[in-house]
Write a new protein. Structure first.
Length: 625
Protein backbone atom coordinates (compact mmCIF):
# COMPACT_ATOMS: atom_id res chain seq x y z
CA UNK A 1 0.00 0.00 0.00
CA UNK A 2 1.28 3.45 -0.92
CA UNK A 3 2.03 5.84 1.95
CA UNK A 4 -0.61 8.30 0.64
CA UNK A 5 -3.35 5.66 0.85
CA UNK A 6 -2.21 4.60 4.33
CA UNK A 7 -2.27 8.21 5.54
CA UNK A 8 -5.80 8.74 4.18
CA UNK A 9 -7.04 5.66 6.08
CA UNK A 10 -5.25 6.67 9.29
CA UNK A 11 -6.65 10.22 9.01
CA UNK A 12 -10.17 8.81 8.53
CA UNK A 13 -9.91 6.52 11.60
CA UNK A 14 -8.51 9.33 13.79
CA UNK A 15 -11.21 11.75 12.57
CA UNK A 16 -13.99 9.22 13.21
CA UNK A 17 -12.75 8.41 16.71
CA UNK A 18 -12.32 12.12 17.44
CA UNK A 19 -15.84 13.03 16.34
CA UNK A 20 -17.34 10.04 18.17
CA UNK A 21 -15.63 10.79 21.46
CA UNK A 22 -16.14 14.58 21.13
CA UNK A 23 -19.94 14.32 21.04
CA UNK A 24 -20.11 11.45 23.55
CA UNK A 25 -20.65 13.73 26.56
CA UNK A 26 -24.20 14.45 25.37
CA UNK A 27 -25.07 10.77 25.87
CA UNK A 28 -24.48 10.79 29.62
CA UNK A 29 -27.81 12.43 30.55
CA UNK A 30 -29.78 9.14 30.60
CA UNK A 31 -31.08 6.23 28.56
CA UNK A 32 -33.20 8.48 26.35
CA UNK A 33 -30.13 10.50 25.39
CA UNK A 34 -27.92 7.42 25.07
CA UNK A 35 -30.23 5.37 22.82
CA UNK A 36 -32.45 8.00 21.12
CA UNK A 37 -30.38 11.18 21.25
CA UNK A 38 -33.01 12.72 23.51
CA UNK A 39 -35.31 12.93 20.43
CA UNK A 40 -33.58 16.19 19.53
CA UNK A 41 -31.66 15.18 16.39
CA UNK A 42 -32.94 16.69 13.13
CA UNK A 43 -34.62 14.31 10.70
CA UNK A 44 -32.18 14.80 7.81
CA UNK A 45 -29.23 13.90 10.05
CA UNK A 46 -31.09 10.78 11.15
CA UNK A 47 -31.85 10.02 7.48
CA UNK A 48 -28.18 10.33 6.54
CA UNK A 49 -27.31 8.16 9.54
CA UNK A 50 -29.92 5.56 8.58
CA UNK A 51 -28.71 5.44 4.97
CA UNK A 52 -25.11 5.23 6.10
CA UNK A 53 -25.99 2.32 8.39
CA UNK A 54 -27.45 0.41 5.43
CA UNK A 55 -24.34 1.00 3.28
CA UNK A 56 -22.42 -1.97 4.73
CA UNK A 57 -19.24 -3.46 3.27
CA UNK A 58 -20.33 -7.12 3.48
CA UNK A 59 -23.56 -6.34 1.62
CA UNK A 60 -21.67 -4.24 -0.91
CA UNK A 61 -19.25 -7.13 -1.60
CA UNK A 62 -22.23 -9.48 -2.02
CA UNK A 63 -24.02 -7.05 -4.38
CA UNK A 64 -20.86 -6.63 -6.48
CA UNK A 65 -20.69 -10.42 -6.86
CA UNK A 66 -24.33 -10.93 -7.87
CA UNK A 67 -24.36 -7.96 -10.29
CA UNK A 68 -21.16 -9.26 -11.89
CA UNK A 69 -22.58 -12.78 -12.33
CA UNK A 70 -26.28 -12.22 -13.02
CA UNK A 71 -26.34 -8.80 -14.65
CA UNK A 72 -28.98 -6.09 -14.34
CA UNK A 73 -31.77 -8.41 -13.18
CA UNK A 74 -29.72 -9.04 -10.02
CA UNK A 75 -31.40 -5.96 -8.50
CA UNK A 76 -34.29 -8.34 -7.75
CA UNK A 77 -32.00 -10.30 -5.41
CA UNK A 78 -32.32 -7.27 -3.13
CA UNK A 79 -35.95 -8.31 -2.66
CA UNK A 80 -34.65 -11.19 -0.53
CA UNK A 81 -34.04 -8.71 2.30
CA UNK A 82 -36.67 -7.25 1.22
CA UNK A 83 -35.07 -3.91 0.46
CA UNK A 84 -38.44 -2.32 -0.29
CA UNK A 85 -39.61 -2.68 3.28
CA UNK A 86 -38.16 0.83 3.50
CA UNK A 87 -40.88 1.96 1.09
CA UNK A 88 -43.64 0.57 3.33
CA UNK A 89 -42.01 2.32 6.30
CA UNK A 90 -41.86 5.58 4.38
CA UNK A 91 -45.47 5.41 3.14
CA UNK A 92 -47.28 4.57 6.39
CA UNK A 93 -45.37 2.52 9.00
CA UNK A 94 -43.03 5.30 10.18
CA UNK A 95 -46.03 7.36 11.30
CA UNK A 96 -47.68 4.35 12.99
CA UNK A 97 -44.49 3.50 14.90
CA UNK A 98 -43.53 7.05 15.93
CA UNK A 99 -46.96 7.78 17.43
CA UNK A 100 -46.14 5.35 20.24
CA UNK A 101 -43.59 7.79 21.70
CA UNK A 102 -41.48 5.07 23.38
CA UNK A 103 -37.81 3.91 23.32
CA UNK A 104 -37.65 0.43 21.75
CA UNK A 105 -39.64 -1.87 19.51
CA UNK A 106 -40.08 -4.22 22.46
CA UNK A 107 -41.52 -1.47 24.65
CA UNK A 108 -43.79 -0.55 21.73
CA UNK A 109 -45.33 -4.05 21.94
CA UNK A 110 -46.67 -3.25 25.43
CA UNK A 111 -48.77 -0.46 23.94
CA UNK A 112 -50.38 -3.05 21.67
CA UNK A 113 -50.92 -5.98 24.08
CA UNK A 114 -50.90 -4.35 27.51
CA UNK A 115 -48.64 -4.86 30.52
CA UNK A 116 -50.13 -8.15 31.80
CA UNK A 117 -48.58 -11.65 31.53
CA UNK A 118 -49.43 -11.98 27.84
CA UNK A 119 -48.09 -8.52 27.05
CA UNK A 120 -44.89 -9.15 28.97
CA UNK A 121 -44.36 -12.49 27.21
CA UNK A 122 -44.64 -10.77 23.82
CA UNK A 123 -42.47 -7.91 25.08
CA UNK A 124 -39.74 -10.35 26.17
CA UNK A 125 -39.69 -12.36 22.93
CA UNK A 126 -39.16 -9.17 20.88
CA UNK A 127 -36.22 -8.22 23.08
CA UNK A 128 -34.74 -11.71 22.61
CA UNK A 129 -35.26 -11.51 18.83
CA UNK A 130 -33.57 -8.09 18.69
CA UNK A 131 -30.52 -9.41 20.50
CA UNK A 132 -30.33 -12.63 18.41
CA UNK A 133 -30.68 -10.64 15.16
CA UNK A 134 -27.98 -8.16 16.23
CA UNK A 135 -25.61 -11.02 17.05
CA UNK A 136 -26.31 -12.52 13.61
CA UNK A 137 -25.61 -9.19 11.90
CA UNK A 138 -22.36 -8.68 13.81
CA UNK A 139 -21.27 -12.18 12.69
CA UNK A 140 -22.14 -11.16 9.12
CA UNK A 141 -20.04 -7.99 9.40
CA UNK A 142 -17.17 -9.90 11.01
CA UNK A 143 -17.08 -12.37 8.10
CA UNK A 144 -17.24 -9.65 5.45
CA UNK A 145 -14.77 -7.08 6.77
CA UNK A 146 -12.16 -9.79 7.49
CA UNK A 147 -12.18 -11.05 3.89
CA UNK A 148 -12.12 -7.49 2.64
CA UNK A 149 -9.15 -6.34 4.74
CA UNK A 150 -7.05 -9.47 4.08
CA UNK A 151 -7.10 -8.94 0.34
CA UNK A 152 -6.51 -5.20 0.61
CA UNK A 153 -3.75 -4.92 3.21
CA UNK A 154 -0.30 -6.46 2.71
CA UNK A 155 0.44 -7.64 6.23
CA UNK A 156 -0.19 -11.19 7.43
CA UNK A 157 -1.69 -10.96 10.94
CA UNK A 158 -2.18 -14.70 11.44
CA UNK A 159 -1.62 -15.86 15.00
CA UNK A 160 0.20 -19.21 15.07
CA UNK A 161 1.09 -21.29 18.14
CA UNK A 162 2.91 -24.65 17.89
CA UNK A 163 2.14 -24.86 14.15
CA UNK A 164 -1.58 -24.40 14.87
CA UNK A 165 -3.40 -21.34 13.54
CA UNK A 166 -5.26 -19.67 16.42
CA UNK A 167 -6.40 -16.69 14.37
CA UNK A 168 -6.35 -16.32 10.60
CA UNK A 169 -5.28 -13.00 9.13
CA UNK A 170 -8.84 -12.04 8.14
CA UNK A 171 -10.07 -12.78 11.69
CA UNK A 172 -7.31 -10.60 13.17
CA UNK A 173 -8.14 -7.70 10.86
CA UNK A 174 -11.84 -8.00 11.66
CA UNK A 175 -11.14 -7.96 15.41
CA UNK A 176 -9.01 -4.80 15.13
CA UNK A 177 -11.61 -2.86 13.12
CA UNK A 178 -14.43 -4.03 15.40
CA UNK A 179 -12.43 -2.93 18.48
CA UNK A 180 -11.95 0.60 17.10
CA UNK A 181 -15.64 0.93 16.19
CA UNK A 182 -16.85 -0.47 19.50
CA UNK A 183 -14.87 2.14 21.46
CA UNK A 184 -16.71 5.23 20.20
CA UNK A 185 -20.07 3.44 19.87
CA UNK A 186 -20.13 2.36 23.52
CA UNK A 187 -18.76 5.70 24.67
CA UNK A 188 -21.21 8.02 22.93
CA UNK A 189 -24.40 6.13 22.16
CA UNK A 190 -26.79 7.60 19.57
CA UNK A 191 -25.11 11.03 19.43
CA UNK A 192 -21.73 9.50 18.52
CA UNK A 193 -23.31 7.02 16.10
CA UNK A 194 -25.24 9.70 14.18
CA UNK A 195 -22.35 12.20 14.13
CA UNK A 196 -19.86 9.64 12.83
CA UNK A 197 -22.36 8.15 10.37
CA UNK A 198 -23.04 11.54 8.77
CA UNK A 199 -19.26 11.95 8.35
CA UNK A 200 -18.98 8.39 7.01
CA UNK A 201 -21.83 8.93 4.54
CA UNK A 202 -19.97 11.88 3.01
CA UNK A 203 -16.82 9.77 2.61
CA UNK A 204 -18.80 6.93 1.00
CA UNK A 205 -20.42 9.28 -1.53
CA UNK A 206 -17.00 10.71 -2.48
CA UNK A 207 -15.63 7.16 -2.85
CA UNK A 208 -18.57 6.12 -5.04
CA UNK A 209 -18.25 9.15 -7.34
CA UNK A 210 -14.46 8.74 -7.67
CA UNK A 211 -14.61 5.04 -8.57
CA UNK A 212 -17.38 5.76 -11.09
CA UNK A 213 -15.23 8.47 -12.75
CA UNK A 214 -12.19 6.21 -12.77
CA UNK A 215 -14.16 3.31 -14.31
CA UNK A 216 -15.32 5.65 -17.10
CA UNK A 217 -11.75 6.77 -17.79
CA UNK A 218 -10.05 3.36 -17.47
CA UNK A 219 -12.55 1.18 -19.38
CA UNK A 220 -13.95 1.76 -22.87
CA UNK A 221 -17.42 0.95 -24.18
CA UNK A 222 -15.95 -1.64 -26.53
CA UNK A 223 -14.19 -3.46 -23.69
CA UNK A 224 -17.43 -3.71 -21.71
CA UNK A 225 -19.47 -4.93 -24.68
CA UNK A 226 -16.86 -7.59 -25.43
CA UNK A 227 -17.67 -9.20 -22.06
CA UNK A 228 -21.39 -8.67 -21.43
CA UNK A 229 -24.31 -9.60 -23.66
CA UNK A 230 -27.71 -8.06 -24.30
CA UNK A 231 -29.16 -10.61 -21.86
CA UNK A 232 -26.82 -9.32 -19.12
CA UNK A 233 -28.49 -5.90 -19.42
CA UNK A 234 -32.03 -7.33 -19.58
CA UNK A 235 -34.14 -6.99 -16.42
CA UNK A 236 -36.91 -9.30 -17.65
CA UNK A 237 -36.83 -13.03 -16.93
CA UNK A 238 -38.55 -16.36 -17.49
CA UNK A 239 -39.24 -19.19 -15.04
CA UNK A 240 -35.74 -20.61 -15.48
CA UNK A 241 -32.63 -18.48 -15.25
CA UNK A 242 -30.37 -18.96 -18.26
CA UNK A 243 -26.81 -17.71 -17.94
CA UNK A 244 -25.90 -14.92 -20.35
CA UNK A 245 -22.21 -15.80 -20.58
CA UNK A 246 -20.82 -17.14 -23.86
CA UNK A 247 -17.53 -18.31 -25.37
CA UNK A 248 -14.58 -18.32 -22.99
CA UNK A 249 -16.84 -17.08 -20.17
CA UNK A 250 -19.03 -20.24 -20.10
CA UNK A 251 -17.65 -21.15 -16.66
CA UNK A 252 -19.83 -18.41 -15.16
CA UNK A 253 -22.96 -20.18 -16.42
CA UNK A 254 -21.82 -23.30 -14.58
CA UNK A 255 -21.41 -21.24 -11.40
CA UNK A 256 -24.96 -19.89 -11.79
CA UNK A 257 -26.21 -23.50 -11.94
CA UNK A 258 -24.72 -24.25 -8.50
CA UNK A 259 -26.15 -21.28 -6.61
CA UNK A 260 -29.74 -22.49 -6.09
CA UNK A 261 -31.32 -19.62 -8.07
CA UNK A 262 -31.88 -21.54 -11.31
CA UNK A 263 -35.67 -21.53 -10.85
CA UNK A 264 -35.65 -17.73 -11.01
CA UNK A 265 -39.40 -17.31 -11.43
CA UNK A 266 -40.01 -19.32 -8.24
CA UNK A 267 -37.33 -17.32 -6.44
CA UNK A 268 -38.90 -13.99 -7.39
CA UNK A 269 -42.38 -15.29 -6.55
CA UNK A 270 -41.14 -16.40 -3.14
CA UNK A 271 -39.37 -13.07 -2.62
CA UNK A 272 -42.57 -11.16 -3.46
CA UNK A 273 -44.63 -13.37 -1.16
CA UNK A 274 -42.19 -13.00 1.68
CA UNK A 275 -41.52 -9.34 0.93
CA UNK A 276 -45.16 -8.26 1.14
CA UNK A 277 -45.73 -9.81 4.57
CA UNK A 278 -42.29 -8.87 5.87
CA UNK A 279 -42.78 -5.26 4.78
CA UNK A 280 -46.20 -4.85 6.39
CA UNK A 281 -44.78 -6.53 9.51
CA UNK A 282 -42.63 -3.43 9.82
CA UNK A 283 -38.96 -2.94 10.63
CA UNK A 284 -37.32 -5.52 12.82
CA UNK A 285 -36.25 -4.23 16.23
CA UNK A 286 -32.97 -2.80 14.97
CA UNK A 287 -31.30 0.47 14.07
CA UNK A 288 -33.85 1.66 11.48
CA UNK A 289 -36.69 1.40 14.05
CA UNK A 290 -34.45 3.22 16.50
CA UNK A 291 -34.01 6.07 14.01
CA UNK A 292 -37.81 6.32 13.60
CA UNK A 293 -38.31 6.47 17.38
CA UNK A 294 -35.52 9.09 17.65
CA UNK A 295 -37.27 11.64 15.41
CA UNK A 296 -38.84 14.71 17.00
CA UNK A 297 -42.33 14.30 15.50
CA UNK A 298 -44.48 11.89 13.48
CA UNK A 299 -44.10 14.12 10.43
CA UNK A 300 -40.31 14.04 10.73
CA UNK A 301 -40.36 10.23 11.07
CA UNK A 302 -42.00 10.02 7.63
CA UNK A 303 -39.62 12.61 6.16
CA UNK A 304 -36.62 10.74 7.54
CA UNK A 305 -37.73 7.40 6.06
CA UNK A 306 -38.34 8.91 2.62
CA UNK A 307 -35.00 10.73 2.73
CA UNK A 308 -33.21 7.45 3.57
CA UNK A 309 -34.49 5.90 0.33
CA UNK A 310 -33.51 8.95 -1.68
CA UNK A 311 -29.89 9.25 -0.50
CA UNK A 312 -28.93 5.58 -0.27
CA UNK A 313 -29.21 3.80 -3.61
CA UNK A 314 -27.71 6.05 -6.29
CA UNK A 315 -24.30 6.64 -4.59
CA UNK A 316 -24.13 3.03 -3.42
CA UNK A 317 -24.77 1.63 -6.90
CA UNK A 318 -22.36 4.10 -8.50
CA UNK A 319 -19.71 2.45 -6.34
CA UNK A 320 -20.99 -1.08 -7.06
CA UNK A 321 -21.40 -0.39 -10.79
CA UNK A 322 -17.91 1.10 -11.05
CA UNK A 323 -16.32 -1.90 -9.33
CA UNK A 324 -18.30 -4.35 -11.49
CA UNK A 325 -17.30 -2.60 -14.74
CA UNK A 326 -13.64 -2.83 -13.74
CA UNK A 327 -14.14 -6.45 -12.66
CA UNK A 328 -15.81 -7.44 -15.93
CA UNK A 329 -12.91 -6.16 -18.01
CA UNK A 330 -9.94 -6.81 -15.72
CA UNK A 331 -10.87 -9.95 -13.77
CA UNK A 332 -13.48 -11.89 -15.76
CA UNK A 333 -11.01 -13.50 -18.25
CA UNK A 334 -8.72 -14.96 -15.59
CA UNK A 335 -11.67 -15.96 -13.36
CA UNK A 336 -13.40 -17.78 -16.23
CA UNK A 337 -10.16 -19.67 -16.94
CA UNK A 338 -10.11 -21.08 -13.39
CA UNK A 339 -10.99 -24.74 -13.02
CA UNK A 340 -12.43 -24.20 -9.54
CA UNK A 341 -14.62 -21.11 -9.87
CA UNK A 342 -16.70 -20.66 -6.68
CA UNK A 343 -18.91 -18.26 -4.78
CA UNK A 344 -15.83 -17.12 -2.84
CA UNK A 345 -14.36 -15.71 -6.05
CA UNK A 346 -17.35 -13.40 -6.37
CA UNK A 347 -17.12 -12.22 -2.75
CA UNK A 348 -13.55 -10.94 -3.23
CA UNK A 349 -14.04 -9.11 -6.55
CA UNK A 350 -14.45 -5.87 -4.59
CA UNK A 351 -11.18 -6.04 -2.61
CA UNK A 352 -9.22 -7.44 -5.59
CA UNK A 353 -10.22 -4.53 -7.82
CA UNK A 354 -9.26 -2.02 -5.14
CA UNK A 355 -5.97 -3.77 -4.39
CA UNK A 356 -4.65 -4.21 -7.91
CA UNK A 357 -6.53 -1.92 -10.28
CA UNK A 358 -7.26 1.41 -8.54
CA UNK A 359 -4.67 4.24 -8.56
CA UNK A 360 -3.01 5.79 -5.52
CA UNK A 361 -5.17 8.33 -3.68
CA UNK A 362 -8.45 7.00 -5.06
CA UNK A 363 -7.54 3.68 -3.47
CA UNK A 364 -7.10 5.31 -0.05
CA UNK A 365 -10.38 7.21 -0.30
CA UNK A 366 -12.20 4.09 -1.50
CA UNK A 367 -10.79 2.05 1.36
CA UNK A 368 -11.77 4.78 3.82
CA UNK A 369 -15.26 4.80 2.29
CA UNK A 370 -15.68 1.05 2.62
CA UNK A 371 -14.30 1.10 6.14
CA UNK A 372 -16.84 3.83 6.83
CA UNK A 373 -19.54 1.58 5.38
CA UNK A 374 -18.57 -1.20 7.74
CA UNK A 375 -18.15 0.97 10.81
CA UNK A 376 -21.42 2.84 10.35
CA UNK A 377 -23.51 -0.31 10.00
CA UNK A 378 -21.71 -2.11 12.79
CA UNK A 379 -22.04 0.84 15.20
CA UNK A 380 -25.76 1.16 14.41
CA UNK A 381 -26.44 -2.42 15.54
CA UNK A 382 -24.12 -2.19 18.56
CA UNK A 383 -26.03 0.90 19.71
CA UNK A 384 -29.55 -0.43 19.06
CA UNK A 385 -29.50 -3.96 20.50
CA UNK A 386 -28.38 -3.07 24.08
CA UNK A 387 -31.46 -0.85 24.42
CA UNK A 388 -33.54 -4.03 24.53
CA UNK A 389 -31.31 -5.67 27.13
CA UNK A 390 -31.13 -2.64 29.41
CA UNK A 391 -34.55 -0.98 28.97
CA UNK A 392 -36.72 -4.03 28.28
CA UNK A 393 -35.09 -6.74 30.38
CA UNK A 394 -32.70 -5.36 33.01
CA UNK A 395 -34.64 -2.22 33.95
CA UNK A 396 -38.13 -3.69 33.65
CA UNK A 397 -37.63 -7.06 35.33
CA UNK A 398 -34.48 -6.79 37.47
CA UNK A 399 -33.73 -3.25 38.66
CA UNK A 400 -36.56 -0.80 37.86
CA UNK A 401 -35.25 1.95 40.15
CA UNK A 402 -31.66 3.10 39.72
CA UNK A 403 -29.67 6.18 38.71
CA UNK A 404 -29.40 6.92 34.98
CA UNK A 405 -25.60 6.61 35.24
CA UNK A 406 -26.06 3.03 36.45
CA UNK A 407 -28.20 2.14 33.42
CA UNK A 408 -25.64 3.70 31.06
CA UNK A 409 -22.88 1.56 32.63
CA UNK A 410 -25.05 -1.53 32.12
CA UNK A 411 -25.54 -0.39 28.51
CA UNK A 412 -21.77 -0.35 28.04
CA UNK A 413 -21.49 -3.89 29.39
CA UNK A 414 -24.42 -5.11 27.25
CA UNK A 415 -22.86 -3.59 24.12
CA UNK A 416 -19.57 -5.34 24.81
CA UNK A 417 -21.24 -8.72 25.40
CA UNK A 418 -23.25 -8.48 22.16
CA UNK A 419 -20.06 -7.74 20.21
CA UNK A 420 -18.30 -10.73 21.80
CA UNK A 421 -21.20 -13.09 21.00
CA UNK A 422 -21.49 -11.79 17.41
CA UNK A 423 -17.77 -12.20 16.79
CA UNK A 424 -17.89 -15.72 18.26
CA UNK A 425 -20.68 -16.64 15.85
CA UNK A 426 -18.68 -15.10 13.00
CA UNK A 427 -15.83 -17.55 13.64
CA UNK A 428 -18.16 -20.41 12.68
CA UNK A 429 -19.89 -18.82 9.68
CA UNK A 430 -19.43 -20.54 6.33
CA UNK A 431 -19.53 -17.39 4.19
CA UNK A 432 -21.12 -13.99 3.75
CA UNK A 433 -23.72 -15.64 1.53
CA UNK A 434 -24.72 -18.24 4.14
CA UNK A 435 -25.21 -15.54 6.78
CA UNK A 436 -27.12 -13.36 4.31
CA UNK A 437 -29.56 -16.15 3.48
CA UNK A 438 -29.99 -17.19 7.12
CA UNK A 439 -30.73 -13.65 8.33
CA UNK A 440 -32.99 -12.62 5.43
CA UNK A 441 -34.84 -15.89 4.83
CA UNK A 442 -34.82 -17.96 8.01
CA UNK A 443 -34.39 -15.64 11.00
CA UNK A 444 -36.66 -12.92 9.62
CA UNK A 445 -39.10 -15.60 8.49
CA UNK A 446 -39.81 -16.26 12.16
CA UNK A 447 -40.55 -12.57 12.67
CA UNK A 448 -43.00 -11.97 9.85
CA UNK A 449 -46.30 -13.72 10.73
CA UNK A 450 -46.76 -12.38 14.27
CA UNK A 451 -45.70 -8.86 13.36
CA UNK A 452 -47.97 -8.79 10.32
CA UNK A 453 -50.98 -9.81 12.43
CA UNK A 454 -50.28 -7.30 15.20
CA UNK A 455 -51.16 -4.40 12.90
CA UNK A 456 -54.25 -5.69 11.15
CA UNK A 457 -56.23 -7.99 13.52
CA UNK A 458 -57.77 -6.70 16.73
CA UNK A 459 -58.22 -10.20 18.26
CA UNK A 460 -54.52 -11.06 17.98
CA UNK A 461 -53.16 -11.02 21.55
CA UNK A 462 -49.90 -11.20 23.49
CA UNK A 463 -49.85 -15.00 23.79
CA UNK A 464 -50.47 -15.34 20.06
CA UNK A 465 -47.56 -12.99 19.43
CA UNK A 466 -45.29 -14.86 21.84
CA UNK A 467 -46.00 -18.32 20.40
CA UNK A 468 -45.90 -17.06 16.81
CA UNK A 469 -42.46 -15.53 17.31
CA UNK A 470 -41.15 -18.43 19.39
CA UNK A 471 -42.20 -21.16 16.95
CA UNK A 472 -40.75 -19.18 14.03
CA UNK A 473 -37.43 -18.64 15.82
CA UNK A 474 -37.15 -22.34 16.70
CA UNK A 475 -37.61 -23.44 13.07
CA UNK A 476 -35.22 -20.70 11.87
CA UNK A 477 -32.55 -21.87 14.33
CA UNK A 478 -32.97 -25.51 13.26
CA UNK A 479 -32.58 -24.46 9.63
CA UNK A 480 -29.34 -22.62 10.46
CA UNK A 481 -27.93 -25.63 12.33
CA UNK A 482 -28.79 -27.92 9.41
CA UNK A 483 -27.13 -25.56 6.93
CA UNK A 484 -23.97 -25.22 8.99
CA UNK A 485 -23.61 -29.01 9.45
CA UNK A 486 -24.64 -30.23 5.99
CA UNK A 487 -21.11 -31.52 5.29
CA UNK A 488 -21.42 -33.91 8.25
CA UNK A 489 -24.60 -35.71 7.12
CA UNK A 490 -24.58 -39.02 5.27
CA UNK A 491 -25.38 -38.65 1.58
CA UNK A 492 -28.92 -39.81 0.77
CA UNK A 493 -30.06 -39.28 4.38
CA UNK A 494 -33.15 -37.13 5.06
CA UNK A 495 -31.08 -34.58 6.98
CA UNK A 496 -28.68 -34.29 4.04
CA UNK A 497 -31.53 -33.47 1.62
CA UNK A 498 -33.12 -31.01 4.07
CA UNK A 499 -29.80 -29.21 4.49
CA UNK A 500 -29.49 -28.71 0.72
CA UNK A 501 -32.73 -26.71 0.41
CA UNK A 502 -31.93 -22.98 -0.11
CA UNK A 503 -33.02 -20.83 2.84
CA UNK A 504 -35.46 -18.73 0.79
CA UNK A 505 -37.52 -21.86 0.01
CA UNK A 506 -37.70 -22.69 3.73
CA UNK A 507 -39.47 -19.38 4.35
CA UNK A 508 -43.03 -20.69 3.66
CA UNK A 509 -42.49 -23.51 6.19
CA UNK A 510 -41.28 -21.06 8.82
CA UNK A 511 -44.12 -18.66 7.99
CA UNK A 512 -46.83 -21.38 8.23
CA UNK A 513 -45.46 -22.75 11.52
CA UNK A 514 -45.26 -19.23 12.93
CA UNK A 515 -48.76 -18.43 11.67
CA UNK A 516 -50.10 -21.61 13.29
CA UNK A 517 -48.44 -20.69 16.58
CA UNK A 518 -49.95 -17.20 16.32
CA UNK A 519 -53.51 -18.44 15.71
CA UNK A 520 -53.42 -21.18 18.35
CA UNK A 521 -51.85 -18.88 20.94
CA UNK A 522 -54.53 -16.27 20.23
CA UNK A 523 -57.67 -18.39 19.97
CA UNK A 524 -56.87 -20.53 23.04
CA UNK A 525 -56.39 -17.50 25.31
CA UNK A 526 -58.51 -14.43 26.21
CA UNK A 527 -58.52 -11.32 24.05
CA UNK A 528 -56.46 -8.27 24.97
CA UNK A 529 -58.21 -5.82 27.29
CA UNK A 530 -60.52 -3.55 25.29
CA UNK A 531 -59.20 -0.39 26.97
CA UNK A 532 -55.67 -1.26 25.80
CA UNK A 533 -56.94 -1.88 22.27
CA UNK A 534 -58.92 1.36 22.20
CA UNK A 535 -55.92 3.38 23.35
CA UNK A 536 -53.64 1.70 20.79
CA UNK A 537 -56.11 2.08 17.92
CA UNK A 538 -56.84 5.72 18.73
CA UNK A 539 -53.13 6.53 18.90
CA UNK A 540 -51.72 4.52 15.97
CA UNK A 541 -54.79 4.38 13.69
CA UNK A 542 -53.83 1.33 11.55
CA UNK A 543 -56.08 -0.11 8.86
CA UNK A 544 -57.25 -3.73 8.99
CA UNK A 545 -59.83 -5.77 10.92
CA UNK A 546 -60.54 -3.49 13.88
CA UNK A 547 -64.33 -3.25 13.68
CA UNK A 548 -65.17 -4.25 17.33
CA UNK A 549 -62.66 -1.67 18.61
CA UNK A 550 -63.87 0.95 16.14
CA UNK A 551 -67.49 0.25 17.16
CA UNK A 552 -66.64 0.74 20.85
CA UNK A 553 -64.84 4.01 20.12
CA UNK A 554 -67.68 5.22 17.91
CA UNK A 555 -70.08 4.90 20.84
CA UNK A 556 -67.85 7.19 22.87
CA UNK A 557 -67.19 9.67 20.07
CA UNK A 558 -69.58 9.87 17.10
CA UNK A 559 -67.02 11.87 15.10
CA UNK A 560 -64.36 9.14 15.37
CA UNK A 561 -63.33 7.86 11.90
CA UNK A 562 -61.43 4.78 10.81
CA UNK A 563 -58.34 4.65 8.63
CA UNK A 564 -59.50 4.09 5.03
CA UNK A 565 -56.08 4.52 3.41
CA UNK A 566 -55.31 0.85 2.68
CA UNK A 567 -55.80 1.09 -1.10
CA UNK A 568 -53.97 4.42 -1.45
CA UNK A 569 -51.13 3.19 0.79
CA UNK A 570 -50.73 0.00 -1.28
CA UNK A 571 -50.76 1.95 -4.55
CA UNK A 572 -48.13 4.30 -3.14
CA UNK A 573 -46.04 1.30 -2.10
CA UNK A 574 -46.14 -0.09 -5.65
CA UNK A 575 -45.12 3.31 -7.04
CA UNK A 576 -42.45 3.54 -4.33
CA UNK A 577 -40.98 0.13 -5.25
CA UNK A 578 -40.71 1.24 -8.90
CA UNK A 579 -39.15 4.52 -7.70
CA UNK A 580 -36.63 2.68 -5.53
CA UNK A 581 -35.81 0.15 -8.29
CA UNK A 582 -35.13 3.00 -10.73
CA UNK A 583 -32.54 4.40 -8.30
CA UNK A 584 -30.77 1.02 -8.28
CA UNK A 585 -30.86 0.48 -12.06
CA UNK A 586 -29.99 4.06 -13.04
CA UNK A 587 -26.31 3.90 -11.94
CA UNK A 588 -25.96 0.34 -13.31
CA UNK A 589 -27.10 1.26 -16.84
CA UNK A 590 -25.07 4.49 -16.67
CA UNK A 591 -21.87 2.66 -15.70
CA UNK A 592 -22.18 0.03 -18.49
CA UNK A 593 -22.81 2.88 -20.97
CA UNK A 594 -26.29 1.69 -21.97
CA UNK A 595 -27.55 5.23 -22.50
CA UNK A 596 -31.04 4.45 -23.90
CA UNK A 597 -31.86 2.39 -20.79
CA UNK A 598 -30.23 5.07 -18.62
CA UNK A 599 -32.58 7.73 -20.05
CA UNK A 600 -35.56 5.40 -19.73
CA UNK A 601 -34.73 4.65 -16.09
CA UNK A 602 -34.15 8.35 -15.37
CA UNK A 603 -37.59 9.11 -16.83
CA UNK A 604 -39.16 6.48 -14.55
CA UNK A 605 -37.38 8.02 -11.55
CA UNK A 606 -38.58 11.55 -12.38
CA UNK A 607 -42.18 10.48 -13.08
CA UNK A 608 -42.50 8.37 -9.90
CA UNK A 609 -40.90 11.17 -7.84
CA UNK A 610 -43.52 13.64 -9.12
CA UNK A 611 -46.35 11.18 -8.43
CA UNK A 612 -45.12 10.51 -4.87
CA UNK A 613 -44.89 14.25 -4.27
CA UNK A 614 -48.66 14.55 -4.75
CA UNK A 615 -49.79 11.17 -3.35
CA UNK A 616 -47.44 10.87 -0.35
CA UNK A 617 -45.45 14.00 0.49
CA UNK A 618 -48.41 16.39 0.41
CA UNK A 619 -50.31 13.98 2.68
CA UNK A 620 -47.41 13.87 5.18
CA UNK A 621 -47.26 17.67 5.29
CA UNK A 622 -50.81 17.67 6.67
CA UNK A 623 -49.81 15.63 9.75
CA UNK A 624 -50.46 17.60 12.91
CA UNK A 625 -46.94 17.06 14.27
Amino acid sequence: MDIIDALIIILYIVLTLGVGVWVSKRASKGLNSYFLGGKTIKWYYLGLSNGSGMFDVSGTAWMVGILFLYGAKSFMFMWLWPVWNQIFIMIFLAAWIRRSNIMTGSEWILTRFGDDKAGRASHLIVAIFAVVAAIGWIAYFFEGVGKFMTVILPWDLSLVLNNSILLTSDQSYALLIILVTTIYTIKGGMFSVVATEVLQYGIMVIAGVLIAIYAFVAVTDVEINNVISAEWTNIFFSNELKGSWTGKYEAFNNLIDTQGYKMFGALIGMSLFKGFFASIAGPTPGFDMQRILSTRTVKEAAYMSGFTNLILFIPRYLLIGGIVVLGLVLLAPQMAASNQLSLGDLEIILPKIINFHVPVGIKGLLLAGLLAAFMSTFSAFVNSAPAYIVNDIYKKYYKPKALEKHYIKISHIASFLIVVLGVTMGFFAESINSLTLWITSALYGGYVAANFLKWIWWRFNGWGYFWGMTSGLIIATLQFLLDQNKANFDIDSNLFYLAQIPAIYIFPVIFIVSLLGSFLGTLLTPATDMNTLKKFYTNVRPWGWWHPVYKALKKEDKDFTKNKDFISDMLNCIIGIIWQSSMILLPIFFMIRDYPKTLMTLSVFVITSIVLKYTWLDKVRKYKN
